[in-house]
Write a protein that binds this ligand. Structure first.
Ligand code: NDP
Ligand code: PYC
Length: 339
């Protein structure tokens, strides 16, 4: 007999929304969080699925995020920079509020940026990146986190796991999207290994003395490593500069100072840059979307897969057959609702 339960995407969405509403989140905060968390579960991205509910609730309980925040849109006439102040709430409703203005400005200027300030951010970035492609835009999304990653050549946590996503719209097909932590793996993956009692792959982390480790506990107490050595270290630093310092918000070491722990969701800002491929390619030969397809076909033609294809397969399955959760996961949802 199976210990698993299968729920429709909508049913899981309702359950997660109810957990957040019961914990005191207002409708916009709870709805946006439930959408992004269930999207993670639906697309088989377990490190940013329902496992994140507990951390979000812990952050509310610790008073480090405002459950009833109402984000504010700040628009300046003629500016390609759209700002949203999340007012101490989660980033997700702030993104939903700012997206229409970002799309409008990217349409009129060819490119535009959405700056989100004063937000708590714990989610995967691909859902925001896909939000741009649904409007025919390409884009970049990035944010800091808290100091958990040693810069290449160093041995102490300083950079965040700083996620970075890129998206390109495709006609009649799911978009080209990549989205990754600039550490070898997301911290959520290390936590999932710890919970499962599994060792980490080599090369993910060092312990508190700076020695390589495959022990998740030692890794969490030590430092994670950037992906691709000095290259990931530099991209992680770029994100601190652009999505921390440039937008007047906290860097990863400042986030850790502010929170004093990595057990709560981090409080900082986020930067989303949207491009209109038609506007950039105007006056040049060839249609940018058709030319992109030639490139994608050449990649796939070699037997490689495009990023996000695994997610899209998982999504199609979840939408057709529902999302299957283990008995332990269902009990966890019940426990969180009863809190
Ligand atoms: P992964 O290493 O799991 O995946 C990175 C990307 O590479 C995905 O787009 C993935 O597509 C793609 N990919 C994986 N394997 C292949 C392959 N063989 N060929 C082509 N593409 C491939 O991501 P991470 O563990 O680094 O990050 C996981 C999530 O954590 C991200 O969504 C990120 O936004 C989130 N995160 C959030 C943070 C925050 O502060 N909010 C901090 C850090 C991470 P696919 O999914 O289809 O496999
Ligand atoms: O998985 O590294 C991570 C992470 C940090 C904050 C949110 N996710």
């Amino acid at each position: 007999m199976s210990d698993n339960t299968t729920l429709t995407v909508a049913a899981l969405q309702e359950r997660v929304d109810a957990i957040f509403r019961k914990a005191g989140l207002n409708e916009i905060q709870a709805g946006a969080l439930a959408r992004v968390i269930v999207a993670g579960e639906r697309d088989a991205c377990k490190s940013h699925g329902i496992y994140r509910i507990e951390g979000a609730l812990r952050t509310v309980k610790a008073g480090k995020v405002k459950p009833d925040a109402v984000p504010e849109l700040l628009l300046q006439e003629g500016s390609a920079i759209v700002k949203v102040n999340a007012k101490g709430g989660f980033a997700n409703p702030a993104f939903e509020l700012g997206l229409p203005a970002l799309v409008e400005r990217a349409g009129s200027c060819g490119l535009a940026a959405l700056v989100i300030n004063d937000c708590t951010h714990f989610s995967a970035l691909w859902s925001e990146a896909e939000g741009l492609t649904e409007q025919g835009l390409a884009g970049l999304v990035m944010c800091p986190s808290y100091a958990t990653v040693a810069p290449t050549g160093g041995n102490k946590p300083l950079l965040g796991t700083n996620p970075f996503a890129f998206a390109w719209p495709r006609v009649g097909q799911s978009p080209y999207v990549f989205d990754f932590a600039t550490s070898v793996a997301a911290r959520g993956e290390i936590e999932l290994h710890r919970r499962a009692g599994k060792p980490l792959p080599e090369g993910w982390a060092i312990d508190a003395d700076g020695n390589p480790t495959t022990d998740p506990e030692a890794a969490l107490a030590g430092a994670m490593l950037p992906f691709g050595g000095h290259k990931g270290s530099a991209i992680g630093t770029m994100i601190e500069l652009l999505a921390g310092i440039m937008i007047g918000d906290l860097t990863s070491p400042e986030v850790l100072d502010y929170l004093g722990t990595t057990t709560l969701a981090p409080f900082h800002g986020e930067l989303i840059i949207a491009f209109s491929p038609e506007a950039f390619a105007a006056g040049r030969p060839g249609n940018p979307f058709a030319r992109a397809e030639t490139l994608f076909e050449a990649i796939v033609g070699q037997g490689a897969r495009l990023p996000s294809q695994r997610r899209y397969v998982a999504r199609a399955k979840s939408e057709a057959d529902g999302i299957t959760l283990t008995d332990a996961e269902i009990k966890q949802l019940e426990r969180l609702f009863a809190l």
